[in-house]
Design a protein around this ligand. Structure first.
Ligand SMILES: *Cc1c(COP(=O)(O)O)cnc(C)c1O
Length: 426
């Protein structure tokens, strides 16, 4: 490739056609949805102690398929994974003021699910190679008030669950796994999400498989399964007739997934393996194509794991390159990658935590008696995640694009062009 004027400065764009957005919904899903619509039975849930407390036929069938696919005793559908996270925190008998440790490098709902029960999110740092929560930082953040850990399998690979579960054993903590971005990936031969006390997946439109909105909780624990089902469906109205003795957090919601979504989910689940294979093949080609670009690091998959590439994560050695990330992104966007590349979040930097204003205007729960100590959300508490956020992380959105060979090659060419002509950015 030759010296060429970057598109940022008026040169020709590398990618002239936008990448085709990808749609995994096909005629199988259309047929499945049509069948439900024609039956008129769009949801069969009853919020009282009745056989229909557990939902209709498609909900039950989808849950059975999920339990089989993920190899767990219980799969429980919910209307979003955000709902799933809320139910999971409630199910582990959390008390107001209990602390839950989670990575700052994740989606905001992880932390608000904790706040939902008036528990306190405590942010841990991440491993710079996997971007998942760092077990060393977990242990450094444990206090007498810590009750649980929420591990997040970010971008497509599992957090280091063996280490996390052994910390949990040592301190008697519960572990929730947010595997929204890594369904079907493996960790030491086991399916990601299944090693925690409660795990689960998102079925939101942006995720590997979807039903528009939806989520799946998984657990091997009968008691948690029952509590999750209760919180999903108006617990307070049901516990009396059901004879449930443990009334802790038996505040129920309507987190129920409909019959149409479940019918679509059954079809989507059948496609998960091939969707993952596809994405792994694309990532392999991108790895090859980006080899040798100075100061650009392609994803690291930890030993014994597989990656499902919700995001294709890259890192920049800014010192080596000598150009700010924002400038590099601008140049890549101008070449045609607009909307496909970007940074990622640090949840602790959101206004809700920086200003400690959540419920009402007076700083509840942090300012109240239920909070056992001063919680530190200052910049500096998660140096690895902060540096990635501010300076060095570059994510390539993969999940919504199937990517043809032409598209892959043009993406690689855009990177190469910017790298070869990087002096123009100085
Ligand atoms: C998408 C996502 C969620 C939320 O899932 P929804 O189904 O959209 O509510 C939570 N955590 C992570 C890591 C996610 O990527």
């Amino acid at each position: 490739m030759n010296i060429e004027k970057l598109a940022l400065f008026g040169g020709p764009k590398t990618i002239t056609k936008p990448f085709k957005s990808y749609n995994s919904i096909g005629k199988e899903e259309v047929e499945a949805a049509r069948e439900v619509v024609e039956s008129g039975n769009l949801s069969q849930f009853l919020g009282s102690w009745d056989p229909d407390f557990f939902g209709g036929p498609k909900v039950k069938e989808f849950e059975k398929q999920c339990a089989e696919y993920f190899g767990v005793k219980h799969a429980i559908t919910v209307n979003s994974w955000t709902s799933g996270l809320i139910a999971a925190i409630g199910a582990i008998n959390i008390e107001p003021g209990d602390e839950v440790i989670l990575p700052t490098w994740t989606m905001c709902a992880c932390a608000t699910a904790i706040l939902n029960w008036n528990a306190i999110p405590v942010f841990a740092d991440i491993n710079p190679d996997t971007y998942c929560i760092d077990p060393v930082s977990i242990e450094a953040n444990i206090t007498p008030y810590t009750k649980a850990i929420m591990a997040v399998d970010i971008f497509g690979q599992s957090a280091d669950m063996n280490k996390i579960m052994s910390i949990a054993d040592k301190y008697n903590l519960k572990v929730i796994s947010d595997t929204a971005q890594a369904p079907g990936s493996l960790y030491k031969g086991k399916i990601s999400g299944t090693l925690a006390h409660i795990g689960g997946y998102s079925l939101n439109y942006h995720k590997h498989i979807h039903t528009g909105e939806g989520g799946i909780l998984i657990t091997n624990n009968d008691i948690y399964a029952e509590r999750l089902q209760l919180i999903r469906n108006h617990a307070e109205a049901v516990v009396g007739s059901k004879g449930t003795e443990n009334l802790v957090n038996m505040i129920g919601y309507n987190f129920r997934l409909g019959e149409i979504e479940s019918a679509i989910g059954i079809q989507q689940l059948k496609k998960l393996d091939s969707l993952i294979k596809n994405r792994q093949a694309v990532a392999k080609k991108i790895n090859e194509g980006l080899k040798g670009l100075e100061g650009l690091y392609t994803p690291i998959v930890q030993k014994g794991s597989t990656h499902t590439y919700y995001v294709y994560p890259m890192k920049l050695d800014i010192k080596k390159i000598g150009i700010k990330r924002s400038k590099i992104i601008e140049a890549l966007e101008a070449e045609g990658l607009k909307g496909l590349i970007g940074g990622y979040t640090n949840i602790h930097m959101l206004p809700i935590y920086q200003k400690k204003i959540a419920y009402g205007s007076k700083g509840f729960p942090w300012s109240s008696d239920i909070c056992h100590r001063e919680i530190n959300y200052s910049k500096g508490i998660c140096p690895v995640a902060e540096d990635l956020h501010d300076e060095t992380f570059l994510g390539f959105e993969m999940c919504l694009h199937k990517m043809s060979d032409n598209e892959i090659q043009s993406m690689i060419s855009a990177f190469k062009k910017v790298w070869i002509n990087i002096n123009q950015l100085r």
